[in-house]
Design a binder for this molecule. Sequence first.
Ligand code: ADP
Ligand code: MG
Length: 692
Amino acid sequence: MRPAYLDLLLSPINKLKGVGPKLEYIINKLGINLNVHFLWHFPYKIIEKKYYENINDAPINQLVTLKIEVIKHYPSKFKRQPYRVSCLANETPIDIVYFNARHPVIRSVLPLKSLKMISGKLEFFKNKFQITHPSNIENISDVQLLREKQPVYSLTAGLSMKSFIKLSNQVLNLIPNLKEWIDEKLIKKYNFLSWKESVEKLHNPEIEDTYSEKNLFRRRLAFDELLAHQLAICIIRTIDNKKKSVIFKNNNKLKNNLIKNLEFKLTNSQIKVVNEIQNDLVSNKQMIRLLQGDVGSGKTIVALLSMLTVIESGYQVTLMAPTSILAHQHYDNISKLIKDFPIEIDILTGKDKGKRRLEKLDKIIKGNTQIIIGTHALIQDGVNFKKLGLSVIDEQHRFGVYQRMAFNYKGFRPSILVMSATPIPRTLTLAAYGDMDESKLIEKPIGRKLIKTSLLNLKKEKNLIARIKNKIINANDKFFWVCPLIEESQELDLKAAKDRYDSLNKIFKNKVLLIHGQLGEKEKELIMEKFKNEDFRILVSTTVIEVGIDIKSATTIIIEHAERFGLAQLHQLRGRVGRNDEDSYCILLHKENINDSAKKRLNIMTQTNDGFIIAEEDLKIRGPGEILGKKQSGLPSFNIADLSFDGDLLEEAKLYAENIINTDPQLENNKNLKDLLYIHERDTAIRTLNAG
Ligand code: ADP
Ligand code: MG
């Protein structure tokens, strides 16, 4: 049961004084539904409105607060004329001026003879003081509302700063004194204040620095939020792990056989990762592992070796790819690799309909098909398994899917291997997966060279064309030519690519192909095949080739208007080449004048081929929402913490949470932490505790 002292904080805002249904609706738009949410809605700046007893001491053109007496109203007589209210500030005349204002409103806020505290920008106009459109007018008795340093909150239409601050103050007054939930050592380490003090300081700012990312009050609350989140994950996972998962008993026959017959030797990194996965599979815990490795680092074979372990133990496996092109590529590759094994493999995509689909599904549920490769079609209704042991998810950025599969996928809790070619910064994986294990392929197959990356001004396109000509006539090189997204419009996008195709096709007759997102999957596949197998040399594309295309003979990728791409995307695109042991190149064509942030991005590309470094830089530049795609990422959204700069706190919170749950899984000796879970609305975790 939730302790009663938290009730007020956690009740809906309509219980606050002055909040009716209309205001409630408006405030809800800010994401404020419970009283406690007011606390998380910090001011983003402060404005100083110093109070001056004597107007002659007050600075012109700055925000000031004065005490005035209303003397006379001069309403405007025609539209453009201002409405003037003549006042005295301690004997000195001052006009309060309004344009286009409603007369009755002014009469009611500044009644004759009244004494008011007024704030606004002080002007000196035609030898007279004036304030145009004052920002605040208060009765002398309400002066506490007129703090000299006033916080400014982001608002929404229909909500005034004044009424917001009143409500926020109401909530601040409800704050109970909660017992500290962080241990002393950590408080000292970060110089944190108590939870309550931190909240109060943030809402009653003293200095502008209050809103910098390093601000200690905010950091304290960010840590709390991250701790609640990590605790919740730990609690739920600990309970889950008690439900024993399958131990995949096998003799490694299939696995060793495949390794023996490979045309290449596994890299040390591949061997290490295969072993990490193997250890998970033969233990009794459900594997949930993220495998990260740059494009071309050889993730597929690692996945396949793991799949073989599971199959040999009598279970089925799935491999899910984001597009049907990629699913087919996997299907072809893997079919070849296991052709001498007694294993049934099939592919299931959206294109399988009617009778064919039913036949496939039938074989899957009977357990006749052991490897099922596919797209999202794999997670649709009607797909059922006999004994699913492992799900591999390739090139997966959307964390949501993994969660669905990990906890109850078609009645099974299969082991999960998520493979990502875009290295995901550690902060984000921690936030999304909490205690998911990670493996990294840090080494590329032997013989592969760095992709030489250079910048080229679009003005020097002629030089580039000459270079390509040389390589096409005198060698067998193939080129990708990527045209960028133009203002998110597919049509314009396509036009740019078409224009480029036309101009290149004029120069290199019958050597150029065009591929773009508006083509059907079949057409796309056909074009890819042609490019791979026939004497076409340049593939012009929109960004459709971004994901996973494997054409070994392509040695150069040209990215037009590279300044418009994000780092991760550039890196991903670059990885389309360098897939054999020849020298390979990436040419970043950019417009003449690019801004500093674009310059920085492009320079990072020329300096490193390391996807992990690039990912960390990207997180700093763009923030987590952009990297993973705002809506679909499945990342939890935090009210206070910002993953672009609170990564260190997240690490700390994870360690802290793990320590606690390891020694005190029911939080019996850490009851204060339950308060924390409640105020951050992690009630599910608490229910899990109670149930477990
Ligand atoms: P990615 O990690 O991008 O998914 P793939 O698994 O598609 O990479 O592998 C890229 C290419 O490298 C494939 O053609 C694969 O056969 C090859 N490959 C994988 N491992 C090795 C290795 N150890 N030595 C040589 N080539 C390898
Ligand atoms: Mg791949």
